[in-house]
Design a protein around this ligand. Sequence first.
Ligand code: BG6
Length: 493
Amino acid sequence: LKEDTVVIVLGASGDLAKKKTFPALFGLWRNGFLPKNIRVVGYARTKMDHAEFLKRVQSHIKTPTKEYEQQLEDFCKASSYVSGQYDKDESFQDLEKHLQELEKGQKTTNRVFYMALPPSVFIPVSEHLKKNNYPKNGIARIIIEKPFGKDLASSRELGNALKPNWKEEEIFRIDHYLGKEMVKNILILRFGNEFFGATWNRNHIDNVQITFKEPFGTEGRGGYFDEFGIIRDVMQNHLLQILTLLAMERPISFSAEDIRNEKVRVLRGMPSIEPKNVIIGQYEKSLDGSKPGYKEDDTVPKESRCPTFASMVAYIKNERWDGVPFILKAGKALNEQKTEVRIQFKDVTSGIFKDIPRNELVIRVQPNESVYIKMNSKLPGLSMQTVVTELDLTYRRRFSDLKIPEAYESLILDALKGDHSNFVRDDELDASWRIFTPLLHYLDENKEIIPMGYPYGSRGPAVLDDFTSSYGYKFADAAGYQWPQHQIEPNKL
Ligand code: BG6
């Protein structure tokens, strides 16, 4: 990690900076992961004094002990704020003066620009930074956040605007799911365990489901969300990243380029998603009437056809996966919060067993990180009855004294170290948009396609289970199985 680093957070008065960037920087700081003399500079249009800025920095940071309070105070001493426009050289010159002031006496000046910005100002800011604030004697890094465009063409446009100013090795495209502990674990689970490695293919796996559920609607973000919809918001990026890690071949090493080469390879083997393999939904008022429907949000157009739920099936045309459906499901305003991968193995050969449930490997990304396998076993007793049980690795039980880092902490640290493994490469982004763009255009252009309604707080559109079953998924839970951790509140574990 480089000494003499300044992290400049552009868009410092916004939501993302407040909720994620500053708390993550503080988390790293207090755990001693940042270089000793790191400084954090906020930059945004809002005019505010130092005290007001610090109030925002602190607004999402909890300080449960005196020690924390002291650390936060020290962190604040290393933080400062400059206000300015996003399209004026003079403003960026003001920022430059401030940075030079902070860097006085340093031999090197390493600058990390964190773009917590709305997409509309992204290009001008990246150009002004290059022109006015590019470090003369040190390392430059630019961390950027989605949305990286709305389709293949607009993503390329963004990429082309960055290219003349920033080298690929200076760019860190965040997909914060890649910073989640369980997502980072996928490669270890797959390639570090012979028994998974041996069965990880179309001969043994019947279908793969990747599910993202949130129990709240677009509350307050309707304006942003309506332009994007659930497919662009979480599927083209977060869920596809998980899919890629599940499906890629073994990389030659853990180096960033070796990993990303394999990721691109698997994406290139995927045909674009066909509309016939997709269902979309939009939430309506909850059944008890207490929660509003999507279109009741004032920031959402009354005739909006924006999907807040989608399920779709992707295929990979290679030797390992041909014919295996990868079922992606994502929705807002559903019955629970849950992100998980469910790998369903094929039926056991019949003969001695009749209708014995399939094995499933479940990777619970959040909440309550765990990995479990649904496994048939003999019911203890004098008969030869079978019962579904589980091999269960629940993190809070197994790693009770370890803290699971926040995704943003992990990724910001990687960016400061210059490790690209968990960031999205330009050709990877391109390949991912290629898979989704025809579907997105089809849905945008065909005005007669109306998302199916589902009540706020439900499991999604009524057809969902039939849809999933039609790709081969067999519901074992219907036969009475429930993962025992399912009902336990995380803090009671
Ligand atoms: C963001 C999406 O990228 O991810 C949000 O824009 C979504 O709509 C969020 O709520 C989910 O992230 P997490 O870490 O809370 O699962």
